[in-house]
Design a protein around this ligand. Structure first.
Ligand SMILES: Nc1ncnc2c1ncn2[C@@H]1O[C@H](COP(=O)(O)OP(=O)(O)OP(=O)(O)O)[C@@H](O)[C@H]1O
Ligand SMILES: [Mg+2]
Length: 244
């Protein structure tokens, strides 16, 4: 682990033990540091605990041991609602948009933390239309009628309404075509470079994630297996669980 890697850690999971049942920890001493304005990828086989780590970071699961720090301060006592106010955002593995509502209505829902400020809501919606021009074109359309990639954009756009500092995103391109996936990955890199966002990306798309990530963690059975700059992960066969 190089010294310069940990200079500006925004989010940190420290010796984290988390599970769904008492005495059964899925995460067993996980350590992850997320650097400001970077994309940190968490990779690993099915069931190693990637999504569990994100749920714990967002406050949906309470760790049995260890700590989670946001800008150096423990957020374990902080409820999810207040984590959002502190700048955390989460896009879960299962899409959570409202397919029967219009694109713009979905975006409005992202404004619930400042729902009385109509001007601000308008400003944030327009910022999303600038970010994703296709959503402006389709703003009145029922979201369920959009392509899979566009629905992902609606979801990401809605999440960005609250202007988060750190985005936790779980398999953002699951179920999307190669071309749409490409668009989503590109969008994530743009968010770090233009919108100062810090991203913790959980993914099964190893090659794609390595392309856009700055730093990578590979998990095995709820623990760290490998970590390093994405550029150093050239020997895929060795670094991962890939067989043959
Ligand atoms: N709601 C739940 N209740 C009980 N056990 C769960 C729950 N969700 C996940 N688990 C278990 O926790 C372990 C880790 O699951 P998790 O979803 O974090 O894995 P993952 O790395 O995200 O896998 P995938 O790549 O398939 O999404 C698995 O053994 C899973 O069965
Ligand atoms: Mg998962």
């Amino acid at each position: 682990m190089s010294a310069e890697h940990h200079t500006d850690t925004v989010l940190e999971m420290k010796d984290l033990y988390v599970g769904y049942y008492k005495d059964l920890n899925i995460l067993q001493g996980l350590n992850i540091k997320v650097q400001r304005n970077k994309i940190t990828a968490v990779l690993g086989a099915n069931g190693v605990g990637k999504s569990t780590a994100l749920r714990a970071a967002f406050g949906f699961l309470k760790p049995n041991e260890g700590d989670i720090l946001l800008e150096g301060e423990s957020i374990l006592p902080v409820a999810t609602y207040n984590r959002i106010l502190k700048g955390l955002a989460y896009i879960p593995q299962q899409p959570g948009i409202f397919k029967d509502m219009s694109v713009e209505e979905n975006l409005e829902l992202g404004a619930w933390t400042f729902r009385r400020d109509k001007k601000q809501i308008r400003r944030k919606i327009d910022a999303n239309y600038e970010r994703f021009p296709i959503l402006k074109e389709k703003r009145k359309q029922i979201t369920g009628e959009l392509s899979g990639g566009q629905q992902r954009m609606v979801e990401i756009g809605r999440t960005l309404m609250a202007e988060p500092k750190v985005l936790l995103v779980d398999e953002p391109t699951a179920g999307l075509s190669k071309m749409l996936s490409q668009e989503v990955y590109e969008m994530l890199t743009v968010l770090t470079s233009q919108d100062n966002l810090t991203i913790l990306l959980v993914d099964q798309e190893i090659r794609q994630a390595l392309k856009i990530a700055d730093y990578v963690y590979v998990l095995e059975l709820g623990r760290n297996k490998f970590e390093g700059p994405a550029s150093e992960f050239t020997d895929l066969e060795k670094a991962f669980w890939v067989e043959g």
